[in-house]
Write a protein that binds this ligand. Structure first.
Ligand code: DCT
Ligand code: MG
Length: 403
């Protein structure tokens, strides 16, 4: 028995679906084995819901991974992200080293962190990272919309350490995106709730349908995977009808401008070439026309304690709106299923889908298409189910893609 743990019937059902095989003639109520060696190294062959029973481990791994990302050490970063993904899938909490025996993606660095958390309750390495000056600065810098690892590196090398340092340095030339990032910082760092996502969804649908009544508007990203909060709201828009409208995104944005709803917007025009091969890069950006926007969501903020407790506040000064990050992606209808699969994420799930496609199927998958290298043809798909079928994968529902 490998990493054997007692399982309840719901858990058993989940295990049965993914590599668990019940021994014959043993009553259901008895402890059943979990076959660790049958767990796939690819998260697209696992079902990962939001019920993470190993959060204390995965939180530490994600801190380690983020620190490696800040150091641009992609290999170590991915090692921790893959390990986190395996433990998120595990249907039981790890309490001893034997529980991870036979599981994929459990290298020495990962095992050291697990062992220490089991023994000490926390990871000294993750704690060290949290206290590290460089990590703390990068964490602050990258929390600003428009600031990535490259800009953080530049600022850090200039001796800048905090967001106050950045704001105080008038010699710095901030991009339009970064200026908006600082201007709406407090709103943007506070997470988007499901209720806010639903409210924005109504606005997006109404506006898009004003110009294109047949348009299909789908919320993707974390919210489609069932998350209750997110850092932004991602929308995929496609036109299933015969009527062409290349100008849709500009019209939508212009109307919001007129309505005073648009706080920031950056439209990226499509660079997709028809005969182009799908990208082999596992973390490639796609070529859809898209818009990174900040919308003004008007709604009374009942949760703002400083307004609620202050008695003599002039009601006119109460901020009754919140800045919300919104991504709008425009996909041609024949690429919609690929775009939906890519933009639903999670990022790790997408990476593993593409890695699996290349290494196990000799196929190249990206957000636009699926190419079969052996047959030298593009495989068409109208739904996500069809893409999974082309790849010989069992279908994984969006809420099971939280890898
Ligand atoms: N994605 C993609 N190509 C990009 C950017 C993102 O295919 N250039 C995918 C990966 C995940 C998904 O789109 C949504 O991206 P995020 O909004 O960054 O992630 P999320 O899962 O929605 O997380 P959050 O809740 O933080 O928004
Ligand atoms: Mg998102």
């Amino acid at each position: 028995m490998e990493a054997g743990r007692p399982v309840d019937s719901e858990m058993k059902h989940r295990l049965m679906e993914q590599g668990y095989s019940p021994p014959l003639n043993i009553p259901e109520s008895e402890a059943l084995p979990f076959v660790a060696s049958k767990v796939s190294q690819y998260s697209c062959q696992r079902k990962t819901t939001l019920n993470n029973c190993n959060k204390k481990f995965t939180d530490a791994f994600e801190i380690m991974a983020e620190n490696y990302e800040f150091k641009e050490n992609e290999i170590f970063c991915l090692e921790f992200l893959r390990a986190a993904s395996v433990l998120k899938f595990l249907p039981f909490p790890v309490i001893r080293m034997k529980d991870i025996q036979g599981l994929p993606c459990m290298g020495d660095r990962v095992r050291d962190v697990i062992e220490e958390i089991i023994e000490e309750g926390e990871s000294s390495r993750a704690k060290e990272v949290l206290n590290d000056e460089r990590y703390k600065s990068f964490k602050q810098f990258t929390s600003v919309f428009g600031v990535g690892v490259k800009t953080s590196e530049k600022w850090y090398r200039m001796g800048l350490r905090t967001l106050e340092d950045i704001k105080a340095d008038k010699s710095l030339k901030l991009s339009k995106m970064q200026k908006a990032g600082f201007l709406y910082y407090e709103d943007l760092v506070s997470c988007v709730s499901k209720a806010e996502a639903d409210a924005v969804s109504l606005i997006v649908r109404n506006t898009v349908c004003t110009f294109l009544p047949d348009a299909l508007v789908t919320i993707t990203g974390g919210f489609r995977r069932g998350k209750k909060t997110g850092h932004d709201i991602d929308f995929l828009i496609t036109n299933p009808g015969p009527r062409e409208d290349d100008d849709l995104l500009h019209k939508v944005v212009d109307l919001w401008k007129k309505q005073g709803l648009l706080l920031y917007c950056d439209i990226i025009e499509s660079t997709f070439l028809k005969e182009q091969m799908p990208s082999r890069k596992v973390d490639a950006m796609d070529s859809f026309q898209k818009c990174f926007a900040i919308l003004k969501l008007c709604q009374p903020r009942v949760d703002n304690s400083c307004y609620n407790t202050s008695k003599n506040i002039d009601m006119a000064e109460v901020k009754d709106w919140k800045a919300i990050r919104v991504d709008l992606i425009i996909a041609p209808f024949e690429q919609y299923a690929f775009a939906l699969l890519g933009w639903t994420g999670s990022r790790q799930f997408g990476r593993d889908l593409r890695r699996y496609a290349i290494h196990e199927k000799k196929m190249i998958l990206d957000n636009h298409a699926l190419y079969d290298r052996k047959k030298r043809i593009f495989l068409k798909a109208r739904s996500e189910e069809e893409i999974f079928a082309h790849l010989d994968l069992d279908y994984v529902e969006p809420w099971e893609r939280n890898a």
